[in-house]
Design a protein around this ligand. Sequence first.
Ligand SMILES: [Zn+2]
Length: 95
Amino acid sequence: MEVGIPICRCGLEAKVVVSWTDDNPGRRFYGYKNYGRESHCRFFAWYDAPLTPRARVVIVGLLRKVKKMERAKKIERICWLCLLIFSMAIVWVMK
Ligand SMILES: [Zn+2]
């Protein structure tokens, strides 16, 4: 057992998890080790100090930009695929 890792009410070492909420983007916390796999004891404790309001605004803004760019990239890929299929259909009809 490592020193400093909190123990939950079940007697298990807590697991470090990253929060991606708008209030705490990228902030790490200790959570129940088997969260999502079995019923849990709802153990929770922050690992990192709170973000400053400015850091929160900057990180949330960057995350939104990344999501927007990923969506645009996905749409572009679909457009290219449609264009390819359309071109192949034209070639097939012209034969
Ligand atoms: Zn527990």
